[in-house]
Design a protein around this ligand. Structure first.
Ligand SMILES: *Cc1c(COP(=O)(O)O)cnc(C)c1O
Length: 361
């Protein structure tokens, strides 16, 4: 097999060891004679897989006891509707929901929430999506049903390096699809954390929701029961069939992360990977990244060539070296390197070597 490094923004690279273990267990999981894909979600084998995955994730993120960990379907995008359907009913109607608009993904969340509540954009940078507006500038709504942030904008490469303070009992909702488990977080500062799995956790089709218990039980009557967090929590994510194989792979990823020292150890490696890559991009003006230095993502790094007529040549040369999926998102252009947890530092170094070589350094 040819050796490559996969810089895809998602679905994205997974740890080799995890894929090898999944391959070895594909036809016969732990002597059961069954593939995990063939198991009843209510049988003892799968229940043990599920319980271990939940326990390991709880340990990795130090999730407090008064939070539920839910595994759903629908992806990050479906949560843009599921979140308001579950939270808007907490406050008197008509409800208002606050957003900070920092890029493409928070933009999509705003559009979807507007179907269920009044939406207030508390802040949006004036000059494109290249920074997180300072919290002093946010115009928050007293009594808002919740405040929604996308704490890592996958397309724009903007990441929060702080947890904002919220007013009153307004819960903070964070879309962490593309950086969950990449850094240490204080779960107790959030009401809801959600994310699609296919960036840092496992295969597409699995969605993670971590929700504080007092926020359960407010679903609007129009909310499908399969997406009513209270019903899902009361059934340990088995109200309907959960994405069982996705949960299994996520469990292997959690166990792998524990083995390498947990989220704090992972964060140290991620800081070093991002430092290496940004240093190469900043070395001179051959390349540029337009995001304010303090708000630069450690996971998704968009960049441009000074001479954009060289884009195709750059991508062809990268591909020839096994550096794959570096083309930027169509809404931003240029290039994008996604360096999630499973991207080894050797992969970042290989990209840095190519950046230097292509620039003629
Ligand atoms: C990928 C992504 C999503 C969407 O996930 P889907 O699984 O495609 O619905 C939402 N938010 C962020 C921040 C993402 O990176």
């Amino acid at each position: 097999m040819t050796h490559i490094y996969n810089f895809s923004a998602g679905p994205a690279v997974l740890p080799k060891e995890v894929l090898q273990q999944a391959a070895a267990e594909m036809l016969d999981w732990h002597g059961s004679g069954m593939s995990v894909m063939e198991m009843s979600h209510r049988g003892p084998e799968f229940i043990s897989i599920y319980q271990q995955a939940v326990a390991d994730l709880r340990e990795l993120l130090a999730v407090p006891d008064n939070y539920k960990i839910l595994f759903l379907q629908g992806g990050g995008l479906a949560e843009n509707a599921i979140v308001p359907m579950n939270l808007v009913g907490r406050v008197a109607q008509p409800a208002t929901v606050d957003f900070v608009h920092t890029g493409s993904w928070s933009g999509k969340s705003i559009k979807e929430a507007a179907r269920y509540a009044n939406v207030n954009v508390a802040a949006k940078p004036a000059d494109g999506f290249t920074s997180v507006p300072p919290q002093e500038s946010w115009k928050l709504t007293p009594g808002a049903a919740y405040l929604h942030l996308c704490t890592n904008e996958t397309i724009d490469g903007v990441e929060y390096n702080f947890v904002p303070t919220v007013q009153g009992d307004t819960p903070l909702v964070a879309d962490m699809s593309s950086h969950i488990l990449s850094r240490v977080i204080d779960v107790s500062k959030y009401g809801v954390i959600f994310g699609g799995a296919q960036k840092n956790i496992g295969p597409a089709g699995l969605t993670l929701v971590i929700v504080r218990e007092d926020l359960l039980g407010h679903a609007l009557p129009i909310c499908p029961s399969a997406f009513d967090w209270k019903i899902v929590a009361d059934h340990d994510s088995m109200y309907n069939t959960p994405p069982t194989y996705g949960i299994y792979i996520a469990g292997l990823v959690f166990a792998h992360l524990k083995k390498i020292g947990g989220v704090a150890a992972m964060e140290r490696i991620n800081i070093e990977k991002a430092r290496l890559l940004y240093a190469a991009l900043d070395a001179d003006d051959f390349y540029s990244n337009r995001v304010a230095v303090a708000d630069r993502s450690r996971m998704n790094i968009p960049f441009f060539l000074r001479d954009e007529s060289l884009n195709d040549k750059f991508l062809a040369g990268a591909k020839a070296r096994g550096l794959l999926q570096l083309k930027g998102h169509k809404s931003v252009g240029g290039m994008r390197a996604s360096i999630y947890n499973a991207m080894p530092i050797e992969g970042v170094q290989a990209l840095v070597d190519y950046l230097n070589e292509f620039a003629g350094r």
